[in-house]
Design a protein around this ligand. Structure first.
Ligand code: ATP
Ligand code: MG
Length: 173
């Protein structure tokens, strides 16, 4: 879990992840309304497309918006209004998976959830700051790499246990 002190930190996390991502990847963004899923998605698309001024509207009504990046196509999904996983076909889910998919409200995917996805859950704390819980992509980065990149770990509170791969004490110097 890391602390996203401001929107800028969320954007920095998105840029960090864009540097680790490529064709065939799925990034799933969970969290309540207003948690910052679209802020993260927008910054991710801009970083991945290397176009800081790119217009990235929230695909609330179209449900999906494609972007052509040099590496591959990115499809940004917002599945809040998806009726059920059957409707994914009409949205071109299978073809989108050839490139990179970025999904808000991934709970709607149900059994279509990609097994190797990066799961990001955003939460709003009482002081308005956000925390991000990341699960997956253990072969690409770990908590230590996030710390090295300048992201502050959130204190494990209220019995929340960090999932994924914990680096053992003393590992990697
Ligand atoms: N640390 C932060 N990271 C991201 N957004 C933040 C942060 N702090 C404040 N915000 C604000 O929270 C709001 C997040 O809105 P956003 O549209 O990204 O939420 P969302 O999770 O996509 O919601 P929805 O489920 O309605 O699509 C923005 O207005 C943003 O400015
Ligand atoms: Mg959103």
């Amino acid at each position: 879990m890391i602390i996203l002190e401001t929107e800028k930190t969320t954007q920095a996390l998105a840029s960090f992840l864009a540097g680790k991502a490529g064709a065939g990847d799925a990034i799933l963004l969970s969290g309540p309304l207003g948690a910052g899923k679209s802020v993260l998605a927008r910054a991710f698309v801009r970083a991945f497309c290397q176009d800081a001024g790119l217009d990235v509207p929230s695909p609330t009504y179209t449900l999906v918006q494609p972007y052509a990046a040099a590496a591959c196509t990115v499809h940004h999904f917002d599945l809040w209004r998806l009726g059920g996983p059957d409707e994914l076909d009409e949205l071109g889910w299978d073809d989108a998976r050839d490139g990179l998919v970025l999904v808000e409200w991934p709970e709607r995917l149900e059994d279509m959830t990609p097994a190797d996805a990066l799961h990001i859950t955003l939460d709003v704390r009482p002081d308005g700051t956000r925390v991000a819980h990341l699960r997956g992509w253990a072969d690409r980065f770990d908590a230590q790499a996030l710390r090295a990149a300048g992201f502050a770990p959130a204190p494990a509170a209220q019995g929340v246990v960090e999932q994924g791969r914990a680096s053992p004490d003393g590992a990697q110097g």
